[in-house]
Design a protein around this ligand. Sequence first.
Ligand code: NAP
Ligand code: GLV
Length: 350
Amino acid sequence: MLEKPRVFVTRKVDEAAIALLETVAAVEVWLDYKAPSKVEMLSKAQDVDAILANTEDRIDEDVLAVSNGRLKVVANMAVGFDNLDVITATRLGIAMSNTPGVLTKTTAELGFALMMAVSRQIVTGDRDVRDGKWQHWHPSAYLGVDLAGSTLSVIGMGKIGFEFAKRAKAFEMRVLYHNRSPRKDIGEGFEYCEKLETALEQADFLCITTPLTKETHHFIGKAQLSLMKPAAILINIARGAVVDNIALFEALKEGRIAGAGLDVTEPEPIPADHPLLTLANVVITPHIGSASQRTRRDMAVLAAQNIKARLSGEPMPSCVNPEAMTRKTQREKGEEFASHALDAELDEEV
Ligand code: NAP
Ligand code: GLV
């Protein structure tokens, strides 16, 4: 009897996803809260057909190659896939997928929560109340910035950026955006800035929602921050490395911008002695953009659907490297070679 395909799931995820995987495969789940180390990942990856990975897992050439051709698919439980070596995977005929769409609104909501928390000093206020520092109501205490009437610039008006922008419109903000190309499908009321600089100069609030790529690494650095208004507030819900965090610290400390709300940092987790943590005008959350119960279940299920489809030879719902499908995995090539060789031997015998 043929051995069932094997799947390694790098963290405990919703049971619905595991049940789906079990319809086609034998499933091993990493039960530690802590991510597998590189050595542990290599040891698990050497004998599997599929990996269900997370953003914290580096799926590099070593991990992709260790199974010697058995690995067919890596499904990332995230829409961002900067942790995956897609180029090597494509070369090896290994399909990779992400989880677009199912987390869009949840992530936009978290970004909005950060924008409101920073603009109205919610975290500072809460800390002061708990520490007994709030003694009097005063007309000039804890003054914030109104969203209504302010200008928001969205950098990366994709799925999440647009959900963020729609919420901003409902709060009566003017919305600008910068992408490499203007969007034709979003209706009126969102002003395209061809130049990043225009979006930076005009923003009272800046929300960053681009993927992390070679092009967007430190996209917002010293030069870009210097174009912003001193009263501006920066929100990053994309990836930490899209912003140069040291340049950000300096801009905040010197009052060149007024505040920041960060769901993502470089590195993650942010070390306890990182200078950004010394600033009161910064709110940092632990990369929880998609962290609602329903969304995390939907992400796990979509990742599982991608694996199931690949293992069953069906179209994957959200493959990021469809070119890999036209290539055979090393093992498939090996088996084909072996069967041709056997055919040739049999032909000779006849
Ligand atoms: P998406 O729909 O693909 O949107 C990305 C947007 O970025 C597109 O509009 C794209 O427009 C723009 N963009 C890409 N490269 C650019 C560049 N060099 N310059 C300017 N704009 C650029 O992706 P999404 O679903 O909204 O997700 C965006 C990112 O958010 C993910 O990649 C992920 O890293 C991050 N994320 C974080 C969390 C969290 O927990 N904090 C959760 C989910 C996602 P053009 O192609 O026209 O330039
Ligand atoms: C989370 O960070 C994601 O990219 O989905």
